[in-house]
Design a protein around this ligand. Sequence first.
Ligand code: HEC
Ligand code: HEC
Length: 150
Amino acid sequence: MKTLLATAFTVLLFVTGMVMPVEIMAETKSLRGTNAIDEPSTKPQITRWQEDKEPIERDYVQQPPLIPHSIEGYKVNLKFNKCLTCHSWANYKEANATKISQTHFEDREGQVLANVSPRRYFCPQCHVSQVDQKPLVENEFEPVQAITGK
Ligand code: HEC
Ligand code: HEC
């Protein structure tokens, strides 16, 4: 009975693709530059951020906007949030920056809080600076009509 179960399980694994035949595995090339799961990824090349400029257009409506300026050395920790020194509602006018939207005050139940919601506190978790890079995989994505108007 036990061997029968084990055989059935192995067959199931093959069918669901969890165990791949060796030839297929050899062809798979991980984007991390290495195929073994326990090996560290290849170090990314050091690139220069784009020069500071006007906001970069979004590609889809709900996209966290890309950061159009360098954030090198900008700390965000428990006691201090460098981003908010320019982007908070109290400071945005003086800094001439975009103020964080009201969605950033909502907790996950949709309750509006008096301050930035903890789930929106670590800004670079969602917002990243842009560099001019070749995509890792070919990509034919087109921005939505709501943005391009085409
Ligand atoms: C010294 C002030 C300053 C600091 C600090 C700062 N920003 Fe900015 N940020 C700006 C200004 C100014 C703009 C451009 C606004 C414009 O040109 O309309 C901007 C633009 C942005 C935008 C684009 C908004 C849009 O509408 O597309 C994002 C996103 C952003 N910043 C995120 C961040 C994050 C995240 C941090 C912290 C890691 C940060 N910023 C720190 C001043 C600042
Ligand atoms: C969980 C993801 C997430 C985190 C964390 C986050 N944001 Fe955002 N942010 C978004 C998304 C999505 C949008 C666009 C939709 C919206 O306004 O909610 C946005 C929009 C913005 C905008 C543009 C607002 C506008 O009116 O165009 C600014 C500026 C911004 N965020 C700054 C920040 C700063 C500063 C922090 C950290 C205090 C932060 N965000 C944290 C996801 C995030």
